[in-house]
Every structure is written in structure tokens, then in C-alpha cells.
Design a protein around this ligand. Structure first.
Ligand code: GLN
Length: 537
């Protein structure tokens, strides 16, 4: 087993997650089998209880883990399906160690950062490489945070120790750093990178490869200089140039020789990479002639990362239809108490995102009404579906004051209510209905046609559901309960009769969409958008 450790320097947001994912993509293209591990320095046991503004999207895995959004990159760029073994936080590591201490595993000993915390970290790294039914060649481990932070030190110490357990030839350190272009000097500057590498070397880690984030390709002369000061080979200085689409990153890395040098250094036998279909997909992104606008309505649009997988899935829907997607990010609060049509008029499709709490929900409901009445393609996700049910209940079924008990506990018509299984839950962390569950789709529906079959499995993250005692009234009003849980107790999917495309789901299809295999509902939503656009409505 080989291990690649990806660290980041100088500043955050350089794209460590995308770099790790792209490395995995290239190694897979060479016929190698990879998996990933993200180590996050914060104390929360997982990001499930964090505000998206603090953390961005929470990515949900099949096994119901609430994880870092980088796991979404890993899944989209590789054939992997992530699980709870693929993301550890400082909080989770300490939680494990403290549980062992309480159990008496360390009786007589003083429990310390070194070796107990670092041993636990190393244990998780090794465990990530043991994937049921697959023989993994390379584990790619991304360390969150920036080198120099206090928080990530135990992780860095653990990866420093790692080669002593399994020999250096099986380990590679890759450091992502920044080479800023300073306009006034008309020059790319290497000093921040030198400092960042020094910081790593101070704690005993000598990077083998540098990924240098820049806005232009780095010349050979500059690569030599960086190599000299940072103690790496010149060929190991890789330009990580800014690109318009993140899906181009593996192609840029390949051009710079990254996969070649990784396989050489790790002595991995592999084929030349087959990047043909990936290249074709990237070409589709760059060269689609048509373009449509889609409104993405949510209350966290101030931070685009809050809707990372949704955004990517819309792009995938665009790839599937050979059309560029322009996203109109709309804060749902701005749609409250106003005429929404000026804001939504130019859009060929309206997507209402998931979320929690009351703020902005009335804006979402107004947008849904606009889509329903105007025949604009509408796609509701999780809370977006719940808002669609409320809208139809109020404005079609005539259930005045209908609402979700999440927003109004004493509503006269609780068309959305807490799931029975949630009623006794006291703790907030990890207690929602999480992960993959099956759903059966009714034949003859639009969604059945999209999926081309009736048995699906999709990922969930919710506490509320459609109140079954209102099903009759809602279906009389035109709602089609197109997808239900196999025991028929839970509404998973709704459609509206007599509308060009009105589909909403209790689950999160965005977690399973891939650039080369767009999720059928996103593909069909964009297709409906195109039809709407060409009808010139
Ligand atoms: N707040 C809603 C629930 O818990 C919707 C959750 C979501 O959109 N992820 O059911």
C-alpha cells in the first residue's frame, strides 16, 4: 500500500481538495485503485451541526456520515464511494481516544498527544486503506487547514511519523502552495512558498512534490529556483494553474507531468493514463454553444460552497445536454413580501435548495408559486420539496395557513411534520434520517421515465416528512406522489400534473451526480429548461 499526503501552505482555499481528487483521478486513469481520507483540524465530531457559512456544504455518504465537502470532490473525480471511514476530525479522533481511556485501555498510563492521539490518527489512515471488496493501491490523505496553524499540528506530526512504520518509499508528501503574481513588479513571487516549505521542514516533513497555484504557467527558470530553495527536484515543481472549470485540473496536472512523477517516485507500475473520455467531457463544458439561466434559491447563497454538490450537479446536467449553465444565485429572503417575477423572469428553470429553520422559507414558497403558475420548470430538493407541498396545500388545495411544524408548531394544517422516528431524539449530532434509503417510483411518471427504472437508492438528510393524513387532499389538488419508501409510509418524490416539469424530492440527488454520468433528474431538469427557453415563454 502506498500513501500520498497532501498538505496546504500560505493561505487556505487554494484547492487542496480538488488537487487530492485530481491526483486520484489521474491514478485511476492509469489503472490504479485509490481511496481518500480527509483529516479536518476542527473539534466538532463532524460538520453536521455547523452552519454552512462556517463550513460550506455537508456531504452525506451512503452510510449516513455527515462529512466535509471535499469528499464530494473525491466522489465526483473518481469511482469511489466514500463512507464514514473517509473523514476524521480532531474531535472524532479525541472522542475515540477518550472513549478508550474511559474503557480502561490505557490503565496506568498518561494519555498524551504523542503517542496516543498520533497513534489514533495513524490507525485511521491505515483503516482508510482497507476497503471491503477492493484492493487499494494508493491512499490519498488530505490534511485540512494550512501549514503553520496550531490546530493541524497533531495530524502533521502523525504523517511525519508514518514513514517510520511503513518505509519512506511507500510515502509521498505533496504540498500545495501559492505563487502570487505581483503586478507592480511584473513578477511571480516564490518567497511565500519558500516560507511555507520551511515551516513544513521545521516539523520534519520534506515535501517531495510542490503544486504551485498560479494564474500562469511557471517558467523552467523559476521552477529551478523553487526547486533549489525548497529542496525538491525541478520536475517535482508542478504548475497548478487557475482554470475556468475545476474538471480541467487533472488535465493540467497531467500536462505538467504530475502522474508520471508520482508513479515514478512511489515505484508504482501502471499504464499510460487514459484521459480520453474525461477530456471529451471537459471539452463539452468549454465548447457548448447554447446557454441557459437557472435560478438557485437558498438562504446561504452568500457562500457558494454551501451548495457545492447542487452547483456541480447543475453543471453535469448542462454537460448532459451540451449547454452552458448560468446560475442566478438568489437569496430566498429577498423574495419575501415582494413581486418575485422581476427576479425570476429571465430564468428557464427554478431550483429550490434544502435547508433548516424558518428564515427565507416564505420566499421559497413564493418562487415555487411563480414556477407552478407560470409553467417554469421547477426542481425542489429536500426542504425545497417540503415548501412545494406547502405551496400546493395553501394555494391549490385551499388549506389556509398550511405549513411545516418546523416553522410553525401550531399551524392549522401541518402538511409537513416531524417523522415519528425523530420524536424522541434529544441530541442534535448525527441523529437525522441520514444516508442511502431505497425508494420505489410509480410507473408512468416523469421521474420513472428519467431514471428508466423504478427502484432507486438516494441519500437523505432530514427530520421532517410529508404528513400522510394530507395525502388524499394533496393528490386531489394535483400532486402526484411519484416515489415512496418501500413500506409506502414516506413520501420521497412528488410531481405535479399539468405542468411542463415540476419535480421535488425529499432526498439529495446531488450527492450522486457525476460529470461523466449526470444524475437523471438534473439532466431532465436542464432539458426541460431548454424546452422552456426555446418555447420563448
Ligand atoms: N429541515 C428539513 C428537515 O429536516 C429539510 C432538511 C434539508 O433540506 N436537508 O426535514
Amino acid at each position: 500500500m502506498k500513501y500520498i499526503f497532501v498538505t496546504g501552505g500560505v493561505i487556505s482555499s487554494l484547492g487542496k481538495g480538488l488537487s487530492a481528487a485530481s491526483i486520484g483521478n489521474l491514478l485511476e486513469a492509469r489503472g490504479l485503485s485509490v481511496t481518500f481520507l480527509k483529516l479536518d483540524p476542527y473539534i466538532n465530531v463532524d460538520p453536521g451541526t455547523m452552519n454552512p457559512y462556517q463550513h460550506g456544504e455537508v456531504f452525506v455518504t451512503d452510510d449516513g456520515a455527515e462529512t466535509d465537502l471535499d469528499l464530494g470532490h473525491y466522489e465526483r473525480f473518481s469511482l469511489n464511494r466514500m463512507s464514514k471511514e473517509n473523514n476524521y476530525t480532531t474531535g472524532k479522533i479525541y472522542y475515540n481516544v477518550i472513549s478508550k481511556e474511559r474503557r480502561g485501555d490505557f490503565l496506568g498510563g498518561t494519555v498524551q498527544v504523542v503517542p496516543h492521539i498520533t497513534d489514533e490518527i495513524k490507525h485511521c489512515i491505515v483503516a482508510a486503506g482497507r476497503v471491503k471488496g477492493r484492493k487499494i493501491d494508493v491512499v490519498i490523505v488530505e490534511i485540512g487547514g494550512t501549514v503553520g496553524d496550531i490546530e493541524s499540528l497533531p495530524f502533521l506530526e502523525a504523517i511525519r511519523q508514518f514513514p517510520y512504520d511503513i518505509k519512506k518509499e511507500n510515502v509521498l508528501y505533496i504540498h500545495l502552495t501559492l505563487i502570487p503574481f505581483i503586478k507592480a513588479a511584473d513578477e511571480l513571487k516564490t518567497k511565500p512558498t519558500q516560507h511555507s516549505v520551511n515551516k513544513l521542514r521545521e516539523i520534519g516533513i520534506q515535501p517531495d512534490i510542490l503544486l504551485c497555484r498560479t494564474d500562469r504557467f511557471i517558467s523552467q527558470v523559476l521552477k529551478k529556483k523553487i526547486a533549489l530553495f525548497c529542496n525538491v527536484e525541478t520536475t517535482a515543481v508542478i504548475t497548478a494553474k487557475d482554470v475556468e472549470s475545476s474538471y480541467e485540473v487533472p488535465l493540467v496536472f497531467h500536462k505538467e507531468g504530475l502522474d508520471e512523477i508520482i508513479t515514478k517516485k512511489l515505484k508504482l507500475k501502471s499504464d499510460r493514463p487514459n484521459l480520453k473520455s474525461w477530456e471529451k467531457m471537459v471539452n463539452r463544458i468549454y465548447h457548448s454553444k447554447k446557454e441557459i439561466s437557472i435560478a438557485l434559491i437558498g438562504k446561504y447563497v452568500g457562500l457558494k460552497d454551501s451548495y457545492k454538490s447542487l452547483y456541480e450537479s447543475l453543471i453535469h446536467g448542462g454537460i448532459g445536454n451540451e449547454v452552458k449553465i448560468h446560475i442566478e444565485w438568489i437569496d430566498s429572503e429577498r423574495l419575501e413580501g415582494v413581486d418575485v417575477s422581476p427576479m425570476l423572469k429571465g430564468c428557464s428553470g427554478i431550483l429550490v435548495a434544502g435547508g433548516f429553520g424558518t428564515r427565507g422559507t416564505e420566499g421559497k414558497i413564493s418562487a415555487i408559486r411563480y414556477a407552478r403558475e407560470g409553467g417554469v420548470p421547477f426542481f425542489g430538493i429536500c426542504l425545497g420539496m417540503q415548501c412545494a407541498v406547502i405551496e400546493v396545500a395553501r394555494n391549490v388545495a385551499g388549506l389556509k395557513g398550511a405549513n411545516s411544524t418546523e416553522f410553525e408548531p401550531h399551524t392549522p394544517h401541518p402538511v409537513i411534520d416531524l417523522m415519528g422516528s425523530q420524536r424522541n431524539k434529544k441530541e442534535k449530532g448525527g441523529t437525522m434520517r441520514l444516508g442511502a434509503y431505497p425508494c420505489l417510483i410509480q410507473k408512468g411518471t416523469r421521474t420513472y421515465q428519467a431514471y428508466q427504472h423504478g427502484e432507486i437508492s438516494e441519500r437523505h438528510r432530514h427530520r421532517y416528512e410529508v404528513n400522510n393524513s394530507y395525502r388524499k387532499q394533496l393528490s386531489d389538488a394535483g400532486l402526484v406522489f411519484a416515489g415512496l419508501s418501500p413500506d409506502k409510509t414516506l413520501v420521497e418524490l412528488i410531481e405535479l400534473k399539468d405542468h411542463p416539469w415540476f419535480v421535488a424530492v425529499q432526498y439529495h440527488p446531488e450527492f450522486q451526480s457525476r460529470p461523466e454520468n449526470p444524475h437523471p433528474l438534473f439532466r431532465e431538469f436542464i432539458k426541460a429548461g431548454l424546452d422552456h427557453q426555446s418555447a420563448g415563454v
